[in-house]
Design a protein around this ligand. Sequence first.
Ligand code: G3P
Ligand code: MG
Length: 253
Amino acid sequence: MLFMTIPALPAWPYPFWIAHRGAGKLAPENTLAAFRLGASHGWRMFECDAKLSRDGVLFLLHDDRLERTSNGQGIAGQQPWAALSRLDAGAWHSRQYAGEPLLTLERLAHWCLANHLLLNLEIKPSPDTDADTGQAVAQAVARLWQGQGVAPLLSSFSTTALQAARMAAPALPRALLLDTLPADWLTQAQALGCIALVAEHALWTSETMGAAKAAGLRTLSYTVNEAAEADRLRTLGTDGIITDRVDFFSPAA
Ligand code: G3P
Ligand code: MG
C-alpha cells in the first residue's frame, strides 16, 4: 500500500473572517474610522495596506497615488509624513467622514492591541520600494507587537518585499498573495518561508486547494462578497475569507 506524507499545517491563531481594508466599503478604507466600524460589527481581524512615506513613516493606503482616497495629489510614497498627515482621507467617501486622517501603522498597532484585534497586514510598496517597505514593515511589527498580542500575518504580492520582511524578522508569519497562478506558485511560497497563500477566490478549486494543503500551506481567499462563493470556499476547505461585506456576513459564523 502507498502512504502519502501530508505535512502538518502550521499553527493558525487567526479567525476565519477578515474585514477588507477595515470595513470594506462602508467607511473610508484603511482609516481608523473603518476599523472602528468593522469592530462595531463584531469583526476581530482586519486586512489593510501599508506603505512608506518619503521620510520612512509607515501608513495605510491602497493605491500608489493619493487622488482616489484623499484630497491629496501624486504618488503618496514621494511625500513626507508631515504633508500626508494633513490630508483628508474621509471626505471622498461621505460627508460624515470628512476630516478623517490617514492612519499610521503605529497608531493602528496601539488600537489593535488595546482592543485585542488582529491584522492581516498587506505590504503594499510604492513603486521601486519593495525591499525597503518589506523590511520596514517587518521591523515595525516586530517592535510594536513584541511580547504582546498575536502578531499580524504579513502578506504581499511582492516576493521582493516578502523576502526583505523575512530577512528583517524571520519569525513573523508571512503569506504570498496571488491574483494569478504562476507555474511555481507553491515553490515560491515555500522558498519565502510562507505559512499561507492568500489567493483571489476564483483561483481556488479542489485541485489548487489540495495542492496548497499538501504543501503545508494555509489557504485564504480574497475578496469574497457573495454568500454562495463563501459557501463554496468553505466546503473546499479555505482557512479564511477576506470580505468587504462586514454588514452582511457574520464574523462569528
Ligand atoms: O489582501 C487581499 C487584498 O486586499 C489584495 O488585493 O488590491 O485589495 O489590496 P487589494
Ligand atoms: Mg489589500
